[in-house]
Design a protein around this ligand. Structure first.
Ligand code: ADP
Ligand code: ADP
Length: 242
């Protein structure tokens, strides 16, 4: 069963800067890919190969030039913001940099509760949900009333994951979620993501430039190069030598 799908997606960025006049960067060159229910699909490839662009296109954080994005059988490619709103909840992102992506002025419980409140959950229920999620991601209940700067990088990434899960999404899109962390902490956060996948049956699109990381967490892997998927298959198959 396919949860999220890109069909023949193309995306170029307009050239910027003084010396690159007129030349657009083709970031995605007619890419098609399917995320199956319950799987973790890795997007791997060198820096600049188009992984982030594809991930952001599939969440509709980024517009595309042509092609379609399909969420559970429905094209969401051209939905207006208002029509997109209920779908937006269903795809949540975890970002690379937990330092940059958490509002330093908000308490942790408020950070996690904010999304549900925007989507109509009563404040009290949203706060209760935030506190439950802190437990799920392995943080102490006392974390609720503290601020992001009081936590380590790995702990902040746990907060980012709790924030994403608070909206009860069908799909989690993680863009280099452990790249900014120390290696020992990377393993802990990967374990947490694997645990969450097993417990909640969530589908995950996992962007990484690190093949080791991809092998640890992904069921299938798509290898990107120059804006195309050049290989896709079960993780073990992708990394077996020819
Ligand atoms: P990856 O995630 O694999 O590192 P990206 O999707 O970030 O690759 O980038 C793909 C290509 O698009 C690269 O050539 C990159 O420089 C370019 N690119 C990405 N974002 C932008 C942007 N906002 N403006 C212009 N070019 C961009
Ligand atoms: P990634 O880690 O995915 O490769 P980068 O760190 O290269 O991304 O880029 C960070 C931000 O800069 C992103 O928002 C991306 O869209 C933008 N960006 C990347 N490449 C370019 C580019 N060539 N011109 C303008 N913006 C870019």
């Amino acid at each position: 069963l396919v949860v999220l799908e890109a069909i023949d997606v193309a995306k170029s960025y307009a050239a910027r800067g003084l010396f690159v006049r007129g030349r657009a960067t083709r970031a995605l060159d007619h890419v098609s890919v399917q995320l199956h229910r319950g799987e973790t699909l890795g997007l791997v490839g060198e820096s600049g190969s188009g992984k982030s662009t594809l991930a952001r296109a599939m969440t509709r954080l980024l517009g595309i030039d042509s092609g379609d994005i399909i969420l559970e059988g429905e094209a969401i490619t051209h939905l207006a913001p208002r029509a997109m709103r209920p779908h937006r909840r269903r795809i949540q992102m975890v970002f690379q940099d937990p330092y940059a992506s958490l509002d330093p002025r908000q308490r942790v419980a408020d950070i996690i509760a904010e999304g549900p409140i925007i989507h109509g959950v009563a404040a009290k229920e949203a706060q209760a949900r935030a506190r439950r999620l802190l437990g799920l991601v392995g943080l102490d209940p006392s974390a609720a009333d503290r601020y992001p700067h009081e936590f380590s990088g790995g702990q902040r990434q746990r907060i980012g994951i709790a924030r994403a899960l608070a909206l009860e999404p069908d799909v989690l899109v993680a863009d280099e979620p452990v790249s900014a962390l120390d290696v020992s902490v990377q393993a802990q956060v990967l374990d947490l993501l694997a645990d969450i996948k097993a417990k909640l049956g969530i589908s995950m699109l996992f962007v990484t430039h690190d093949l080791r990381v991809a092998l640890l967490i992904c069921d299938r892997i798509a290898v990107m190069r120059h804006g195309s998927i050049v290989e896709i298959g079960p993780a073990a198959q992708i990394f077996s030598a020819p």
